[in-house]
Design a binder for this molecule. Structure first.
Ligand code: CUA
Length: 177
């Protein structure tokens, strides 16, 4: 036995005119914004082109260790975090883990780099401040994007995906010289 409300089912009632108007406006706006995504990608320097490959945390960590061993130029801070200066135009390996970005990288202004990033544990967010770079970092995926630093200076790397109790302390650094 079906229970039918006294005034009938709401989905059979005619849509009120103003409501239909707003549904129409929202639909048109959603379609516009859908096409703005590729548009901004082409003309607005937004929405990075990324590549993604499957990788285990162990295999990725081995790549990062090899990168650090090969190109480390000094250490920084109390914990002795390595500062790594890869050759201009080369590959850069960044690793995210609770709750640090590793290592510190030093890049050359005007050179294009292929930046790799992956996570050792949970999802993190790579946000390079104040540049407009912001990508999600997942374990088991190696994300790669191309970037050419245009301004010299010290950049902050902020984690912008909540990754547990120390999330707010997950800060890294990147130098452009
Ligand atoms: Cu890592 Cu939040």
């Amino acid at each position: 036995m079906a229970i039918v409300p006294i005034k009938g089912n709401w989905w059979n009632a005619p849509v009120e005119r103003t409501e239909a108007l707003w549904i129409g406006i929202a639909l048109v706006w959603a379609i516009i914004m859908f096409f703005m995504m590729p548009y901004w990608h082409m003309v607005g320097n937004q929405n990075l082109s990324t590549e993604a490959y499957k990788v285990t945390p162990d295999a990725y960590e081995a790549k990062v260790d090899a990168f650090v061993e090969k190109y480390q130029v000094r250490e920084e801070g109390d914990t002795g975090i390595p500062v790594v200066k890869p050759p201009a135009g080369g590959d850069v390996y960044l690793l995210a883990r609770q709750f640090e970005w590793y290592p510190i990288v030093e890049l050359e202004k005007g050179q294009n780099y292929r930046i790799h990033v992956s996570s050792m544990d949970v999802q993190h967010g790579l946000s390079i401040q104040p540049a407009n770079i912001n990508i999600q970092v997942h374990p088991y995926y190696e994300m790669i994007f191309n970037a050419t630093p245009t301004d010299a200076g010290e950049y902050g790397i902020v984690c912008n995906e909540y990754c547990d109790i120390g999330h707010h302390t997950m800060l890294g650094k990147l130098y452009v010289k």
